[in-house]
Design a protein around this ligand. Structure first.
Ligand code: TYM
Length: 341
């Protein structure tokens, strides 16, 4: 008898962030803030520190260990509550990598080579690491191994979520119902925060200009400097129009997610005022939002409690992931046969 998908009662949420550098406001508004806001009675939340994704590009082992702790502490200081959500490190649950291999055997080089993130990261290189190529399949395994219903991410991950859905559907159609087909969950505002110095590019950890982004741990002075320098336009009118005013619209996006004010309200507040007032206020709003996270971070980062939370997270995550992996293995005929006939 084949193992069927076990129904879970609550809406199951899964997401992850790479411990590959200091988080910026885009990561916070597009993903981490959603992680926090989704914690409720209706949802069962599982949040991962995806260290195996980080090694698709070379990492210093000591620095990676430090960043795993930094990111875990940041999840908690931003408001992910270990009493409500599972927080764990990807490589401590081997079921991810095991399922990833099964999914790799059901994926095509054509679809993987169409991934824009792979194309941009491998551009100009004579030969790209195979891990960079297979990265989206590992991401699919992360999600599918928890029977996740929804995945809160920024829109730069849309293509990876679609691939996850394609792989799950393909296996369900050929091997029988094996995986829950998940949906991406994107915010209306905040899902794509652009670089402050060039609003045609997304805010990213790797951009050279530190004023292109706001780091979650940036102090008030740095935040003010980066926002005051942000690229706008010569019209000097605070109006939301991403097509013709991408710089101001990006800043309004940030303002709106943090204050929950609509674009129309923001436009009314700053009618007749220049960009200077608007930027000054925005810098204050951003500092105020980040400052409590920064103080909690400093309290928790070096506490033993952090390790206890992560160990507990590994146990809870494994308890969900291992049966799903077994279900997938069974569909493919893997593992020790039960009988000799
Ligand atoms: P990563 O680590 O690059 O980014 C973490 C999250 O931040 C979002 N994000 C943004 N949102 C808005 N504006 C931006 N400028 C911006 N930059 C980044 C990303 O969309 C993401 O939600 N492949 C993933 C990590 C991953 C994952 C998973 C996510 C691995 N397995 C399973 C969900 C489920 C990544 O590289 O994210």
């Amino acid at each position: 008898m084949s193992v069927s998908i076990e129904k879970h009662e609550k809406n199951r949420i899964f997401s992850g962030i790479q411990p590959s550098g200091e988080l910026h406001l885009g990561n916070y508004l597009g993903a981490l803030k959603q992680f926090v806001d989704l914690q409720s009675e209706e949802n069962e939340c599982i949040y991962c520190i995806v260290d195996e994704h980080a090694i698709t590009v070379p990492q210093d082992p000591k620095l990676l260990q430090k960043r795993i702790l930094d990111l875990s502490a940041l999840y908690i200081s931003a408001g992910v509550d270990p009493k409500k959500s599972i927080i764990f490190v990807q490589s401590t649950v081997p079921a991810h990598a095991e399922l990833s291999w099964i999914l790799t055997c059901s994926s095509y080089t054509g679809e993987l080579s169409r991934m824009t993130q792979f194309k941009s990261k491998s551009q100009g290189k004579e030969s790209a690491p195979a891990g960079l190529f297979c990265y989206p399949v590992l991401m699919a395994a992360d999600i599918l191994v928890y029977d996740a219903d929804e995945v809160p991410v920024g829109t730069d991950q849309t293509q990876h979520i679609e691939l996850t859905r394609d792989i799950a559907t393909r296996i369900n159609n050929t091997r029988g119902e094996t995986f829950v087909v998940p949906k991406g969950r994107y915010l209306k505002e905040g899902a794509r925060i652009m670089a402050l110095d060039d609003p045609s590019k997304k805010m990213s950890k790797s951009a050279e200009n530190i004023h292109s982004r706001i780091g979650i741990m940036d102090d008030e002075k740095k935040i003010r400097k980066s926002i005051m320098r942000a690229t706008t336009d010569s019209e000097a009118v605070v109006r939301f129009d991403p097509e013709t005013k991408p710089g101001v619209s990006n800043l309004m996006n940030i303002y709106s997610v943090l204050t929950k004010e609509s674009m129309a309200d923001i436009e009314t507040t700053y009618r007749g005022k220049g960009y200077g007032d608007f930027k000054k206020d925005l810098a204050g709003i951003v500092s105020e939002a980040l400052s409590p996270i920064q103080s909690r971070f400093n309290e928790i980062r070096h506490s033993e409690e952090l390790l206890t939370i992560l160990k507990d997270g590994t146990e809870k995550a494994s308890a969900i992931a291992v049966p799903v992996l077994r279900r997938a293995q069974e569909r493919f005929g893997l593992g020790l046969p039960k009988r000799v006939d």
